[in-house]
Design a protein around this ligand. Structure first.
Ligand SMILES: [Zn+2]
Length: 191
């Protein structure tokens, strides 16, 4: 799937959790989920995250859709955050960050499971795959629906909280960046 679809889907799951009252709303949490939703693609040298973090040499040595595209790293991420929480006297924030990382990571695996290459959830077993090819009209339909749902929930959160001017400007900035990225991605169809 395209990187933008992963980010938007991860953000949607986060904002649903906020609306259900499971997680607090914070602008920085969008960034954490967004980054976590891209981490599994470190195993692909051409992916957005590998290029951004200049990890091409490491990426080339990893098997694409291998261990990193399984449930184990998500568990490890949560364990890491849990240990951090232990050392910080079980601060709620540390546990929330762990949950956010898992949401982002798992959202990536869910989307890639819809793809013909699929995901081996319990690597190297439990392969799940679907018919939606990367950059296809099927993926664009998912991207459109997910973005639409995200926008509605996002702006209803913003209005509900009657937030201050700075947060509103930040929210608008994020929306503009996501829209621009989506536009660029649809035009260039990069993986
Ligand atoms: Zn992937």
């Amino acid at each position: 799937m395209m990187w933008v679809t992963h980010v938007v889907f991860g953000l949607l799951l986060y904002i649903i959790a906020v609306h259900l009252g499971f997680l607090p709303y914070e602008t920085s949490y969008f960034v954490i989920v967004g980054i976590a939703s891209l981490i599994p693609d470190i195993d692909h040298p051409g992916s957005k995250i590998s290029k951004l973090l200049r990890l091409k040499k490491i990426s080339e040595k990893l098997t694409h859709r291998g261990f990193l595209h399984s449930a184990y790293p998500a568990l490890l991420l949560f364990l890491g955050a849990y240990l951090l929480a232990c050392y910080s006297g079980f601060s709620e924030k540390a546990i929330t960050v762990g949950v956010l990382l898992v949401i982002g990571y798992v959202s990536h695996l869910v989307l890639d499971s819809l793809n013909p290459t699929g995901v081996k959830w319990i690597y190297p077993r439990a392969k799940v795959r679907g018919p939606i090819k990367t950059g296809s009209y099927g993926e664009l339909a998912i991207l459109f629906i997910v973005s639409y749902a995200l926008s509605i929930l996002f702006f209803s959160s913003v209005l509900r909280m009657l937030i201050n001017k700075d947060t509103l400007l930040m929210a608008l900035g994020i929306s503009i960046i996501i829209s621009a990225a989506m536009g660029g991605e649809v035009i260039f169809r990069r993986s």
